[in-house]
Each structure stands twice: as structure tokens, then as C-alpha cells.
Design a protein around this ligand. Structure first.
Ligand SMILES: [Zn+2]
Length: 263
């Protein structure tokens, strides 16, 4: 019998029968893993409280082959306050889905800290939901290895005014360099218009760019302490979301649901 002890957050639950449940964990030592929580749905179960979505604690797992069973749990936080609001529950579920999709068996403690901080901030209203969401998305993309260079135009170094971010390339260009590149292309290069049109571009104002850089580079405990003007608020939300979703190559039902129930 092999026992492993991990700090982990429950990011998905699947009921298997009247009493058994499969839980998906994001853990500090094993990354994403699934574990059976037998009898977890019985009222008498010691595990019941810790086999719910958003539960975080110390999980002792029993491993046999490539399967895990929950043996003991010491619950540290269940983020119960999230359940007081449909939009908070929906947004927290989207964060869990993102880690479930992006996480691997390669552990990344920075992502675990990011989601724990985000759930805590949501639960305790430390920042508006749209700010928590944008910060989570952009920091998550950066942690996954998709940190864009937002310092200035990659061609001429211009760092003022609006810049055009090539989402998949992770670099910015200024208007002049972009227009110059388009004029060169018209004279005949290998890039066709169709290929260019399929490359997603985000137009970033100086304010949005500063906010995105801040949430990627700041100490994690200060991630929600940024200011963004009212006029940049929507653009920041769209930019962070589009940037992450393009890199993950998919959308999420929980995100669609969040948009239906928020505001
Ligand atoms: Zn330029």
C-alpha cells in the first residue's frame, strides 16, 4: 500500500453512485489527479465535508496502480461563503475548470496559490469580480508559459499609445510598424491575407497594458491591488479572457453560465 499526502483543492466532483464520488484535485505535489472518495456522500462519512467542490486541505491518498483513493482529509477551507452568490459560485467553477483543463501531473504551486487567492478574494469581496477574473486569467496564462512581451513595440521599441498584441505570438507592434508590415505584404510575401486574418489581435491601451503587466509580474499576494480606469475596464476584461482562451484553444460552459448570471 502506498500512501501519499498532498495539499489540494477539489476542482471537480462526479457522483458515481449513491455513496461514492470521484473528485478531481489540483495538488501541490502531484498536479491534477482524480481520487475516489468512497462513502463520501453518506451523512456519516468522515470525507463528506472534504469531497465537495472548492474544498482545500491536506489529503492523504492511498494509491494502487494508477488509481487513488482518499484515505484521510484534514479540511483547511471550504470557501463556503462563495455559495451565497450564484455569480461567485459560477466564476469560481470557471477557475476550477481552467485548472482542470490546463493542469497536468506536473505540479505548479504558483497556480495553486493563484486559485486559492482568487477564491479567497471572491469570497471576501476583496475586489470586484471582473478584476479578480481578469487577474486570474492573465496570471494563469503567464504561469502556463504564455507570458506576452507587453513592454513596447517589438519592431521599433515604441512604448506609448495603443499597441497591437499578436495573441498567439505574444508580441506587440505599434500602429506605424503594423501599417508598414501590411504595405510590405501587399507587395508580395509568403503570408496570405487569410492567414493574417486568422491571427487574433488585441488592441491594448496604455492603461490596459499596464494592468496586464502588473498582474503577471506582481507578488501574488498583491495581485488584485491595481487600478484601472472606467473606460479601460471592459477592454481589460475582454483582453485577459481572450488571451487565455486563445491559448487554451477552447471555451468553457461555466464561463458562459457566469456571463448569464453576473450583472
Ligand atoms: Zn513600432
Amino acid at each position: 500500500m502506498i500512501l501519499t499526502e498532498v495539499k489540494a483543492l477539489v476542482i471537480r466532483t462526479t457522483d458515481l453512485s449513491e455513496s461514492d464520488r470521484l473528485i478531481r484535485l489540483y495538488s501541490d505535489k502531484l498536479g491534477v489527479l482524480s481520487a475516489y472518495a468512497n462513502n463520501s456522500r453518506s451523512l456519516k462519512s468522515r470525507y463528506m465535508a472534504a469531497a465537495q467542490l472548492f474544498c482545500y486541505g491536506n489529503y492523504v491518498l492511498y494509491r494502487k496502480g494508477d488509481k487513488y483513493w482518499v484515505r484521510e482529509v484534514e479540511l483547511e477551507n471550504n470557501f463556503f461563503g462563495l455559495r451565497s452568490s450564484i455569480s461567485k459560485t459560477a466564476l469560481a467553477s470557471y477557475f476550477c475548470d481552467v485548472l482542470s483543463e490546463a493542469g497536468t501531473t506536473d505540479p505548479d504551486v504558483s497556480l495553486l496559490r493563484l486559485i486559492l487567492n482568487s477564491l479567497y478574494a471572491l469570497e471576501h469581496d476583496l475586489a470586484p469580480e471582473h478584476k479578480i477574473k481578469a487577474a486570474f486569467e492573465m496570471r494563469c496564462a503567464a504561469s502556463l508559459g504564455f507570458m506576452p512581451d507587453l513592454s513596447g513595440c517589438s519592431e521599433c521599441g515604441q512604448d506609448e499609445g495603443e499597441l497591437y498584441l499578436d495573441v498567439l505570438g505574444g508580441v506587440c507592434t505599434c500602429r506605424d510598424c503594423r501599417e508598414y508590415a501590411a504595405s510590405v505584404r501587399q507587395e508580395g510575401t509568403v503570408i496570405t491575407e487569410g492567414e493574417e486574418a486568422r491571427r487574433p489581435i488585441l488592441i491594448l491601451s496604455p492603461g490596459v497594458r499596464a494592468a496586464l503587466r502588473y498582474v503577471m509580474e506582481c507578488p501574488i499576494e498583491r495581485i488584485f491591488s491595481f487600478r484601472v480606469s472606467d473606460e479601460d475596464e471592459v477592454a481589460l476584461a475582454v483582453s485577459a479572457e481572450q488571451y487565455l482562451l486563445h491559448h487554451l484553444g477552447r471555451g468553457f460552459d461555466t464561463l458562459k453560465f457566469y456571463k448569464q448570471v453576473s450583472d
